[in-house]
Design a protein. Sequence first.
Length: 344
Amino acid sequence: MATGREIAQLCGVSVATVSRVFNQPETVNEETRSRVLRVARELDYRPNESARALSTKQSTMIGLVWDTDHRRPGWRHPYLQDVLIGLKSALSAHGYHLLMLATSGDAREVGASLADPVGYVNMTRRHHLGGLVLIDSGSDADAFATFAQSGVPCVALDVPLDGPRATYVTTDNFGGAREAVRHLVGLGHKRIAMITGPAGNQPSEARVAGYRQALLDAGLVPRDSYLVAGDFYRGSGTAAAQRLLALDEPPTAVFAASDEMAVGAVLAARAAGLSVPRDLALVGFDDIEVASVVEPALTTVAQDKPGFGVAAAKAIMAMITGGEREEPVVLPARLVVRGSCGAG
């Protein structure tokens, strides 16, 4: 691939002029700019992003901080995959690039982990990254406060973040959960249990609050025995459903805080010789792809997963260019009724 110096020699201009064509095109006359761009295309020249960041003090690279590794299941969750697709697509459409920053294992060897968020802030400044998108695994949310106060543009996904240039994007988890449980109440169920997400996880706690509120609205008293914790993944849904079905007075309906756990509950019901939805009604949350193809198809609370990523991208780009904090974004949730609740 050609260098900037070679482009300059072929066009009869200085290296500084070539740099301005790509970094400050308005400062170069149209004839020279067109000639440089034509030669650059012919020789497949691409300006060095690091050098561009140094010269303009503004990078098109956005760091993604995600506290997970190959030993943890975060990368495999279909919900987050769809969010990342929306995030990457929106950033790419505006000339930004997403750079994954390791946050565990090898990262600790170089002195940067969520246990040491200052290391990441320093890394961001050293490499002139435009900002950070933060995804939390549930164990290091307190470290996000350091990012929020750093002055680096930051957008967190599903973790409340407040700082001079920090905000977050989330879904109306409370409202979505309340609507799901109200639907089950409307179908005549009074013994409604919930498989929750992990303790300390913000979306999980909001969904539990929505579940409780829907029961209270219907004059039903929430039972502690009907709340069983999971981790958003299928295996925990199966284990939680087995515990619920073993109760002296098992529930007739279960609201799971994720579709993965709801599918696990379907497997537990079948293993116990029960039919879904005849013997046990089920509602999930997320509306991942498997929800519409499992048998019976899963009633669920749909999140706008690509829209989630797009909203995060818009917020980070606005803070990079505007320099001020963006207001948090709360996306609506929508109940999708299928067969697993008995009303599809």
